[in-house]
Design a protein around this ligand. Structure first.
Ligand code: ZN
Length: 512
């Protein structure tokens, strides 16, 4: 691994005994024989002096610094990590200093947190960089530029922001290797965060023509740690279904929905409920990576993988490890490969309960998806193995204070939608968003789940495995008292909890 195999160790290397950020490693290298190589441009840098002092405190007999050019300094580290080209885009000095940049990242996080954003997107492309935040599922520009205009930076500034965010994660030891603008990288900032933010998960993506895309996911410390499912928006019948499935203690519960549909939150709530009800059980989770700590659950992380392939392998390995760890129940963040599905079913077939998610459009589509992944049909036909299928979406919730009543004659409702609503709703009365008030944003507050839950029987599973989708749907409705998405959406539209336009936006046309 080490380039200087016969020579001294580089103490400031990534993961080395003297902790140094990637930015700092572009300024200094301290070797185990006491040599201190310092970039000429950073001869008087306080951070350089600081890390040399740190090494001294650790007992390293440092010699007088040797001033070298950036190239020689990097070659010391590149030989070390074998990652030639690392930091190709880093500024050779002259940029804003680290502390000022850190303050700017912190300010960015604070402003996003104030808007209750779930994510911040920084996109560097061409000559410019832009910032958008996701609030209640929708991306919008981050205000705060001159006169409240959206934030726009020069590309170089955007790159500096990305690098600084990376360095902040690396300082906490939660990012791998060195910053490389041409790689997919991940990390997590754990310290120096604004009040109310527990951690920030980072995902860096290279974008063509030396661009960069950084997504920062904000994990709030005030995150509702409840175990209640109805407050997420599930109906009483759905909550009863989920409770009955969880109480079975064996079998597979699968939740589906697109990214951002709240699957993880539902899983997390279910886990909290299980921990509360069955404190004597051993519960493990495999997550990519765990977002929130769930007390009582041993959470195995699959983090910072460079490629899908690495990630899938690491995932499979972690699931296999969880299975060998004497579990009662296992939560698997997502099943997307045949190997992961194989382990999930193996666990269910040996008397464990498995909770997981897959990408599928609706609850019945989960079986089709699992067949596609390569799960053998005989496993999918067994209702003692497949105990629950759930699909969900998140839809913006109308502000109850300023929503306005409407009917299908309302001028703002498109004619075709009006017709669908007349067919769908018990009365020709629903609500539309108001103009916004002091307790909402544009007429909406938060989001609510629209879902369907299925407790399959052998007939339903057989029909689905045989590709008899229509018959399966009819059987579910007629014999298993099935209530599809549409029913749940209609109830919420009639109750004024959501509006029909948002419902169609997330669910498609409201047609039976
Ligand atoms: Zn309002």
């Amino acid at each position: 691994m080490r380039a200087l195999t016969s020579g001294p160790d580089v103490l400031t290397r990534d993961g080395g005994p003297v902790r140094a950020s990637p930015t700092l490693r572009d300024k200094v290298a301290i070797l185990s024989d006491g040599r201190c190589l310092v970039s000429r441009k950073h001869a008087d840098d306080v951070d350089v002096l600081g890390v040399i002092a740190l090494a001294r405190r650790m007992g390293v007999r440092t010699r007088d610094p040797e001033f070298v050019d950036l190239g020689s300094l990097r070659s010391v580290y590149c030989g070390e990590t074998g990652r030639a080209g690392t930091g190709r885009e880093m500024q050779e000095g002259g940029g804003p200093d680290d502390t000022a940049m850190q303050r700017e990242v912190q300010d960015l996080l604070a402003r996003a947190a104030q808007a209750q954003a779930s994510d911040i997107h920084v996109v560097v492309e061409g000559e410019a960089a832009g910032v958008r935040i996701r609030v209640d599922g929708d991306l919008r520009p981050l205000d705060g530029g001159a006169n409240g205009a959206p934030v726009h930076w020069r590309a170089e500034h955007g790159r500096q922001i990305c690098m600084t965010a990376y360095a902040m994660a690396a300082e906490g030891g939660t990012a791998d290797a060195s910053y490389d603008p041409f790689s997919f990288q991940a990390g997590r900032i754990m310290t120096g965060l604004p009040d109310g933010i527990q951690a920030v998960r980072l995902q860096f993506n290279p974008v063509g023509y030396s661009g960069r895309h950084l997504v920062m996911r904000l994990l709030y410390s005030g995150h509702a740690a409840g175990s209640s499912l109805d407050e997420l928006g599930f109906s009483a019948a759905q909550v009863a279904d989920l409770a009955a499935i969880a109480d079975r203690q064996t079998g597979l519960l699968v939740i589906s929905g697109p990214t951002g549909s709240g699957k993880t939150t539902t899983l997390e709530r279910m886990m909290r409920r299980i921990v509360a009800r069955y404190p004597g059980e051993s519960i493990l989770s495999v997550e990519d990576p765990p977002e929130y700590r769930i007390p009582g659950v041993i959470q195995l992380p699959v983090a910072n993988m460079r490629s899908d392939n690495d990630r899938d392998n690491a995932y499979t390995e972690a699931i296999a490890a969880a299975l060998r760890s004497d579990p009662d129940r296992i939560m698997i963040g997502e099943v997307r490969t045949r190997a992961a599905a194989h382990h999930a079913f193996e666990a269910a077939m040996t008397g464990h309960q498995v909770l997981t998610t897959v990408h599928a459009n609706d609850a019945l589509g989960i079986i089709t998806r699992l067949l596609d992944i390569g799960v053998e049909p005989y496993k999918l036909r067994d209702p003692s193995l497949v105990t629950g299928l759930v699909a969900q979406r998140l839809i913006r919730r109308l502000c109850p204070l300023c929503r306005r009543p409407a009917s299908s004659c309302d001028a703002t409702v498109p004619a075709d939608l009006a017709e669908r609503l007349r067919a769908l709703l018990p009365t020709d009365r629903f609500w539309l968003p108001g103009d916004g008030c002091s307790s909402c944003r544009n007429g909406y507050v938060g989001r609510t789940v629209v879902a369907e839950t299925v407790r399959p029987d052998a007939t339903l599973l057989a029909l689905l495995c045989d590709g008899q989708r229509q018959d399966a749907f009819r059987h579910w409705i007629a014999e298993l008292d099935g209530r599809p998405f549409l029913d749940h959406a209609a109830a919420k539209i009639a109750a004024g909890e959501i509006d029909p336009l948002q419902a169609e936006y997330r669910l498609g046309k409201l047609v039976r």
